[in-house]
Design a protein. Structure first.
Length: 287
């Protein structure tokens, strides 16, 4: 076995762990694979003979790549559109057993959603230290910060993760009232009432589009799309927040998860994939 083959073999031994780190940082399987592939390219262009701890070197490289990707994503202001939707994390996991194992062993969808609200540096710090137990000295080097500053990032991230999503503090009774008003307006195809409950910049993410998500932006477009089309529905608690189950003639077709901000519906996630639905905690609400 020549030196290049030996390096490739050692890289493959680290691949699963690198994918696990990148997936938790990025919340996207395809981006995690891209990050790990980029790390391999950098390794292949390096003099691996001078790398004493290949696993540590690769973890550092993947973490820096992920940090750059998160910062680029933030600069494009894409986070609220599709990157942190629970089913967006999982839609491209259809047939990869290794990926399914990673997802099952993941920190959980709820935490991934909360991680999405962190800054790139907070997210990288939390994943590396609190999930993979990497020392702050190494994380500080990855981030280009002091160890003290890195500890502060971890503490702030930990508080936000434990506290859940700070944006969603609407009481359950108010959530239900708003969502039922949305459903009634949709059933009646009442355009004005729909606009009254929707944030002007509302986003709908619909996973029924083959090959990816269909994204609808804006209250006017969304109102036109849902008017008269949501019929056999029932409110339910979905992962502890009020959402909707759509089940014509008792056959579950999809669920709707909502994000509410300032008294209006700001985001809707339509989840139809049975695998993804099975991972949700659904409790129908009685009328």
């Amino acid at each position: 076995m020549n030196a290049q083959e030996l390096i490739a073999e050692q890289f493959e031994k680290n691949r699963k762990n690198l994918l696990a780190i990148a997936y938790r940082m990025l919340g996207s399987w395809s981006e995690a694979e891209d990050a790990v592939q980029e790390a391999w390219l950098r390794l292949s262009l390096s003099d691996a003979r001078n790398i004493e701890n290949l696993g540590g070197w690769l973890t550092t490289v993947v973490s820096r790549i992920c940090l750059d990707m998160l910062r680029a994503r933030k600069s494009r202001r894409e986070e609220s559109v599709e990157d942190y939707s629970p089913h967006a994390f999982m839609n491209d996991s259809d047939s990869d057993p290794e990926q399914e194992a990673l997802l099952a062993d993941s920190v959980g969808l709820a935490m991934l959603v909360v991680l999405g609200s962190l800054s790139p540096s907070e997210r990288v710090t939390f994943v590396l230290h609190d999930i993979f137990a990497i020392p702050f000295t190494e994380i500080a080097s990855i981030l280009g910060k002091t160890e003290a500053a890195t500890r502060q990032l971890a503490s702030r991230a930990r508080r936000r993760v434990k506290g859940g999503n700070p944006e969603d503090k609407t009481p359950l009774a108010d959530q239900r009232e708003l969502i039922e008003a949305f459903l009634a307006a949709a059933r009646d195809a009442d355009f004005d009432r729909l606009l009254a409950v929707l944030d002007p910049n509302v986003v709908l993410r619909d996973d029924r589009q083959r090959g990816g998500l269909r994204i609808t932006h804006g209250a006017h477009h969304l109102a036109q799309q849902v008017a008269g089309r949501i019929q056999a529905s029932q409110t339910a608690l979905i992962n502890g927040s009020v959402g909707v189950i759509v089940a014509p003639q008792g056959h579950l077709q999809y669920v709707l998860q909502y994000t509410i901000r300032q008294g209006r519906i700001a985001e809707i996630d339509l989840i139809s994939d049975p695998v993804n639905i099975s991972k949700l905690d659904l409790v129908p609400l009685d009328y």
